[in-house]
Design a protein around this ligand. Structure first.
Ligand code: PLP
Length: 385
């Protein structure tokens, strides 16, 4: 089959799996009940919601009571960071400091800034040129007895995998609550809260072939956070509002499938990533690969073309039929200088930074199509310059 268009922006969002869509459909139709209603429609919806919770929990090694459905990854991150900060402020603890890394998604970064506005001392952990936090700086930050440490499992722009098991263990030993944003890690890595001693963990369905507008926060039994919204008591008062049953059902199935296929799919994607990286290097010898050579997500490749204009590069790729992104697509579509590349010391090098992210449907033929298109766009920009 000939390739004309290639979607290589799966870190921004993924297409819904057909079987996930099918599983959701009844809840848009005959099973439309409100889970809080006492009658049969309500009971049906409640059963579906609780089964979805159970299945999502099982997919990450949690228990049903530890899962709170949210309106997405952003909300889960906010609930973890702000909810934890506010909970610590209310209790007898001295909330003092809040620790996060310099390369967190804005959902964590902006929530941490908000807490800083409420009086938190914000300690930001720097990263090395591969985007990895240094454990020594974590140890030092732990001495400030923060109310929470938040370090993402894997980065959404360059794919760096953080040493979360080690970070979680150090936080646990120090008695400090540890949150990790696993939005990009799920489906690509083995994400199990029974194997990694984190206290809070954020997930989002639309990054794993599930629906948009639903996520979850794993809250380990005994960890306290305050809700961000107030209302009718749903989700054990942590996230009130009538539940999105269809989305919860879709999320649970997408997460189950992702967990079952994770190992095989990661190997397949990893091989495609290497093919893409090597192909691009051949086309553009001066290409700089941002991010580590090892311990990197199998589906994200971030490259810089020195001397090229970022916007022209992305428009050129789009015209060639290749969907990629600049910094992060989650910033209202605007191309802004990446705080991740800046933290890695890469911004000063200048040039066009492009994130290509592979997904479940990506094929070798698509990778080759994108590689050739990338070469043509760079060539064209050179002629115009
Ligand atoms: N965290 C990370 C690492 C992400 O990549 C994203 C989305 O790009 C989010 C959080 C936000 O998730 P959502 O789009 O579900 O709000």
């Amino acid at each position: 089959m000939s390739v004309n268009f290639v979607y290589l922006d799966h870190a921004a969002t993924t297409p819904l799996r057909p079987e996930v869509r099918d599983a959701m459909m009844p809840y848009f139709a005959e099973q439309f009940g409100n889970p809080s209603s006492m009658h049969r429609w309500g009971r049906q919806a409640r059963n579906a919601l609780e089964q979805a919770r159970e299945r999502l929990a099982a997919a990450i090694g949690a228990t049903r009571r530890e899962i709170v459905f949210t309106g997405g990854g952003t909300e889960a991150d906010n609930m973890a960071v702000l909810g934890r900060w506010r909970s610590a402020c209310r209790s007898d603890e001295t909330p003092g400091a809040l620790v996060c890394s310099a390369i967190e998604h804005k959902a964590v970064g902006a929530a941490a800034q908000c807490a800083a506005g409420e009086g938190a001392e914000l300690i930001v952990l720097g990263v090395d040129e591969e985007g990895r936090i240094e454990l020594d700086s974590l140890d030092e930050a732990l001495r400030a007895r923060p109310c929470i440490v938040s370090v993402m499992w894997a980065n959404n722009e360059v794919g760096t995998i953080e040493p979360v098991a080690e970070i979680a263990a150090r936080c646990r030993e120090a008695g400090i609550v540890f949150h990790t944003d696993a939005v990009q890690a799920l489906a690509k890595l083995r994400v199990r809260v029974d194997e990694t001693p984190c206290d809070l963990l954020s997930l989002s369905a639309h990054k794993v072939a599930g629906p948009k507008g639903i996520g979850a926060l794993f809250i380990r039994e005994g960890t306290h956070v305050l809700p961000l919204v107030h209302g009718g008591g749903q989700e054990r008062d942590l996230r009130p509002g009538t539940e999105n049953v269809a989305a919860a059902v879709g999320f649970a199935l997408a997460a189950e499938l992702a967990a079952a296929e994770q190992e095989e799919e990661a190997a397949r994607l990893g091989a495609l990533r290497v093919r893409l990286r090597d192909g691009l290097r051949e086309q553009v010898p001066e290409l700089v690969v941002n991010g580590p050579a090892r311990d990197v997500l199998p589906n994200i490749l971030n490259v810089t073309v020195p001397g090229a204009d970022q916007e022209e590069m992305l428009i050129g790729l789009d015209l060639e039929g290749v969907a990629a992104s600049g910094a992060s697509a989650c910033q209202s579509g605007a191309i802004k200088p990446s705080h991740v590349l800046a933290a890695m010391g890469r911004i000063s090098e200048g040039g066009a930074s492009v994130r290509l992210s592979l997904g479940r449907n990506t094929t070798a033929a698509e990778v080759d199509f994108a590689t050739a298109a990338f070469g043509r766009v760079v060539e064209q920009l050179r002629i115009e310059a």
